[in-house]
Design a protein around this ligand. Structure first.
Ligand code: NAD
Length: 428
């Protein structure tokens, strides 16, 4: 059973940890700078469509269990909706709404022709077998497929989903439409129409953003200590690429805790250990501390690359980094942002710093539609050009409006989406 609704109006509250309200707050600040009229604000702030689906699954035990899934399409003025699907116990509609809106702004910051969407299923993948995960993915896909398609909405991996999840999604969609439709999803295995370089793209974008920001601060990689939160697709690969560029990674964490070494961690060896044991803990030669403590370690660069609401009004004052590069979506709350700004910490916002993933997702979608596949070198060179140009575009807005980098990124992207919306006009 599924239900399509338009989004309810949002009520203002001071809840620091509601990511949709955080997004709306930054949106309003940027819209004020642009002098955007109230009607257009209302259109652009609200998600266009929200779908909630029940996902009944026969578990391995033979018991029937019903999961809940969401897909939110925030805005498709600039093209099909684009955005990941996450599996986690704490997925909720406000989170998915915020993530969908961030995708709209992110796609506009890097100027790829997509709108924003996001999906999620409330489940704990650690407690599910591969068979159960496959059945959830297939039934969830069947539930939302009326609003999916290469020209409508193109999902991708996010927290706790991966290439295999995308392969199941692509197959389920293709079986329903009676033809193999690779462009319905990105982040697929290369053998199924995935793009070379997609797996590393978000981490690579983080590394490029970090390099550009360091130049602004007059710092050099070899003199920069980095703390990374998260050791998955973004944090793990980001840490490996930063390590390769000569940064000293002094700490990295996962959901179980952090490891640290002031002399720098051997990140490739850490990743081998993580793959083998499933945890960072126990890595030889590193001390162990909590994830929260790791955020406050002395360093030049902090890369939160795990989840939302990690730098908050409670710990922002104790953050020692000079630069925060947001690999995760929404890791810094709005009150924390204000504290960091006062301390003179430069924050490269999520909608710029982690846009490498959606950029290469765009390349993947283009390749699938062309039926012609690029070399990894071409992917990485094109990604590099887009990330550097986007960084410079945001930097120029930052100088022009004398605002934080986050508000500059919102100004740039809202302006791009609003001008397309005005050109298209209001369908009635
Ligand atoms: P992932 O599932 O591959 O990895 C998540 C990592 O974070 C894991 O190592 C997990 O153990 C760790 N983690 C979870 N909670 C933690 C906590 N409280 N403290 C420390 N570590 C914790 O997910 P991912 O794809 O790397 O996504 C991470 C973030 O990046 C999310 O916010 C996601 O929305 C964002 N993002 C991902 C992509 C992408 O291409 N995968 C693109 C843009 C943004």
């Amino acid at each position: 059973m599924s239900q399509v609704t338009t989004a309810p109006a949002q009520h203002a509250t001071t809840d620091e940890f509601n990511p949709f309200l955080s997004m709306a707050r930054n949106f309003n600040t940027a819209a004020d700078h642009l002098g955007l009229d109230e009607g257009l604000r209302e259109v652009l702030r609200r998600p266009d469509r929200e779908l909630t689906v029940a996902i009944p699954i026969v578990m391995d035990s033979g018991k029937l269990q019903v999961f809940t899934g969401y897909r939110v399409q925030h805005n498709f003025s600039r093209g099909p909706c684009k955005g990941g699907i996450r599996y986690a116990p704490d997925v909720n509609l406000d989170e998915v709404r915020a993530l969908a809106a961030w995708m709209t702004w992110k796609c506009a910051v890097v100027d790829v022709p997509f709108g924003g969407g996001k999906g999620g299923v409330i489940c704990d993948p650690r407690k599910l077998s591969q068979g159960e995960l496959e059945r959830i993915t297939r039934r969830y896909t069947a539930g939302i497929m009326d609003i999916l398609g290469p020209d409508r909405d193109v999902p991708a991996p996010d927290v706790n989903t991966n290439e295999q999840t995308m392969a199941w999604l692509m197959d389920t969609y293709s079986m329903h439409v009676r033809r193999t439709t690779t462009a319905v999803v990105t982040g697929k295995p290369i053998a199924l129409g995935g793009s070379r370089g997609r797996r590393e793209a978000t981490g690579r974008g983080v590394m490029i953003s970090c390099r550009e920001a360091l130049k602004k601060l007059g710092l050099r990689p070899e003199n920069s200590r980095v703390v990374v939160q998260g050791a998955g697709n973004v944090g793990g690969i980001g840490a490996e690429l930063l390590h390769r560029e000569g940064y000293k990674i002094v700490s990295i964490s996962d959901m179980y805790g952090a490891i640290a070494n002031d002399k720098g961690l051997d990140i490739p060896a850490v990743m081998v250990h993580l793959k083998k044991t499933g945890k960072l803990a126990g890595f030889p030669g590193a001390r162990e501390l909590s994830g929260a403590e790791a955020l406050e370690l002395p360093c030049e660069v902090l890369v939160p690359a795990a989840t939302e609401n990690q730098i908050t009004s409670k710990n922002a004052d104790r953050i020692k980094a000079r630069l925060v590069v947001e690999g995760a979506n929404g890791p810094t709350t709005a009150p924390a942002d204000a504290i960091l700004e006062k301390k003179g910490v430069l924050v490269v916002p999520d909608i710029l710093a982690n846009a490498g993933g959606v950029t290469v997702s765009y390349f993947e979608w283009v390749q699938d539609r062309m039926g012609y596949f690029w070399t990894e070198e071409r992917v990485n060179t094109s990604l590099e050009q887009i990330m550097v140009k986007s960084f410079q575009d945001v930097d120029a807005v930052m100088q022009k409006y004398k605002v934080s980098m986050r508000i500059a990124a919102y100004i740039l992207s809202i302006d791009r989406v609003a001008s397309v919306y005005k050109l298209r006009g209001v369908f009635a």
